[in-house]
Design a protein around this ligand. Structure first.
Ligand code: GLY
Length: 580
């Protein structure tokens, strides 16, 4: 039997029920095809990195509204043999011609300029990131790892209910670009382009060619020559500023993880230019000092502490965080035991602290800023853009990889003839300091736009290690959801370590979120009992209920048995499985 066929048969013979324990590796992603690709790599002798990259590439094809070669991301990579954990930052950077005020018109942020079309595009990092990951940490050849994505692009994937909903939400933006329309929409009545029906096949032959060239020739197939020229001319035609010189000079960054601990477990997460990792470490630190119960307990007093800790973490974010190559971030202080103890000490157990008291922002009074009303329609109910892959292989190597084109379908611009959908990551900068972006999030001066600068991110790929052996990964996790990512990660960790939930329950449990501004708790529809909600309101919290957000993807190793389980957020269309 051919090896490919054998791998496929093996895939079909494993039980795919997520809660089932596996003796080998396990994978959780936002799309069944991506999880299957990752398992195929593990079954071919690849490790966690090969599996994670194969999955990420397939996600970029089959869920193009979240991620793809035109985007960027972060990954934590843990090597079981050496016990070393490293971070790769393949986030987009601002083009060289970017300027601080590029999204202002007559002194005000012009709606849509940083989210739709050519001016919103930052220099993509995913192609270089994936190849660098494979080169440094992979075992299989790029052609093998990229084969499932090439095949998915060539043969196509069918439109799911989620795809259709998202395409409907981004209809105007997609219609504005003929190439994006042709690829991701379908002619409706009178030939007007519409969101395709569920079940329609989307093929991307141009993207298959780009991926195939990348697998053969390496990063130069994307950052130079045909693809780079197409990106430059498409962006230029649309009035954007990204050039082929920006592309040719793009490099990834390897970093040390940000370290924290919770209930005696080492936690490794994403340092700046993510603001998410710091929030994860700070809030877990406050919760640990506050007592033995975590937010998974749903006790109003604990939830109050949790919300107040999150509020303070996001104030630090707004005040200090940006690209560490451009701004002096007092990082050691911000995650020191002293600072975390001060955060706890500043919480009034009997009253919510108004956010404006912690860091006054001009917007609340004069910019028509309404709690949880986002700039773009549809964003309010669905903070799910971006995507995450978690893998732990049978040797204990672990990868947590979060990747994005930012908002749904990124900029909605496809580089002509390449199939590459370009990001709108420029929206993660502060277009004007302390003015909300598409996530309603405010960031400060430290996140102002500058050429070559990385926009601040919330992406928080995270690894939690065994209590008895801090070099052995026990939990790999992450989620999409823009500004809600860190609180999703914190709650899944609490669900596992405090709540003793299995991984499927841990990713599925209701969630609550705060982010300093808007000054309101966001509760998903399964988040809280009415009595708990009222108890929080009695403490002075404003509470807004909404549909679920995020898409947590996690793999958990049981320290007692060494068996792996994987959970894909039941709010979405993902899939978790493993190998025996
Ligand atoms: N683009 C979403 C984030 O990086 O947080």
């Amino acid at each position: 039997m051919r090896r490919e066929t054998l791998a496929f048969v093996l895939l079909l013979t494993v039980n795919t029920q997520a809660a089932r324990p596996f003796r080998g590796g396990a994978v959780a992603t936002a799309h069944p095809r991506a999880t299957e690709a990752a398992l195929a790599m593990l079954n071919r002798g690849g490790g966690a990195t090969d599996a994670a990259v194969a999955a990420a590439l397939v996600l970029g094809v089959a869920a193009p509204y979240h991620s793809g070669l035109g985007g960027g991301g972060f990954a934590l990579v843990h090597e079981a043999r050496s016990g070393i954990t490293e971070v790769i930052d393949f986030r987009e950077v601002a083009p060289k011609a970017a300027t601080r005020d590029m999204y202002l018109r007559e002194g005000k942020v012009a709606p849509g300029l940083s989210t739709d079309g050519a001016l919103s595009v930052a220099v993509p990092g995913a192609a270089r990131g994936y190849l660098e990951l494979l080169g440094r940490k992979g075992r299989l050849k790029p052609a093998v790892v990229m084969a499932p994505a090439i095949q998915a692009a060539r043969k196509g994937f069918w439109v799911t209910p989620k795809y259709r909903t998202i395409a409907q939400n981004r209809l105007d933006c997609l219609r504005a670009d003929p190439e994006a329309s042709r690829l991701f929409l379908r002619p409706g009545a009178q030939g007007v382009m519409e969101a395709p029906a569920v079940g329609e096949l989307i093929t991307q032959p141009e993207l298959a060619r780009t991926l195939e060239e990348l697998s053969r020739r390496g990063p130069s197939a994307f950052y130079e020559g045909r693809v780079a020229s197409a990106i430059e001319s498409t962006v230029k035609e649309g009035g954007g500023i990204l050039t082929s010189e920006d592309l040719a000079s793009y490099r990834v960054r390897w970093r040390q993880p940000l370290e924290g601990s919770y209930r005696g477990h080492r936690v490794a997460t994403m340092p700046p230019p993510s603001a998410g990792g710091l929030a994860v470490v700070q809030v877990l630190g406050v919760l640990e000092r506050a007592g033995a119960r975590g937010p998974s307990s749903r006790e109003p007093a604990v939830l109050h502490t949790y919300v107040e800790a999150v509020r303070r973490a996001y104030v630090d974010r707004a005040r200090y965080l940006g690209d560490p190559a451009f701004v002096e971030i007092p990082l050691p202080k911000l995650h020191s035991a002293e600072h975390i103890s001060q955060m706890l000490a500043s919480i009034d157990p009997s009253r919510a602290t108004p956010s404006q008291k912690l860091l006054p922002a001009p917007l609340a009074a004069d910019a028509g800023y309404t709690p949880w009303t986002d700039v773009l329609p549809g964003a309010k109910a669905e903070r799910k853009n971006t995507t995450h892959v978690s893998v732990i292989d049978r040797e204990g190597n672990a990868v947590a990889l979060t990747t994005t084109v930012n908002y749904w379908f990124g900029s909605c611009l496809v580089a002509r003839g390449t199939g590459v959908l370009l990001n709108d990551e420029m929206d993660d900068f502060a277009a004007a300091p302390m003015t909300p972006n598409t996530y309603g999030l405010v960031t400060g001066e430290a996140n102002a736009i500058a050429p070559g600068k990385i926009p601040l991110s919330s992406m928080s790929p995270t690894l939690v290690f065994r209590k008895d052996d801090p070099k052995k990964a026990m939990l790999a996790l992450g989620s999409p959801g823009g500004s809600t990512i860190p609180t999703t990660v914190i709650q899944v960790i609490s669900n596992v370590l405090d709540g003793q939930m299995d991984v499927v329950r841990a990713v599925g449990a209701g969630r609550i979120h705060h982010q300093y501004l808007p000054d309101a708790i966001l509760v998903d529809k399964f988040g809280l009992e009415p009595a708990t909600l009222r108890a929080l309101e009695a403490l002075g919290h404003a509470v807004t209920r909404t549909d679920g957000w995020g898409d947590a993807e996690a793999v958990l190793i049981d320290p007692a048995t060494g068996l792996a389980t994987a959970g894909s957020d039941p709010r979405n269309e993902g899939f978790a499985s493993g190998q025996d």
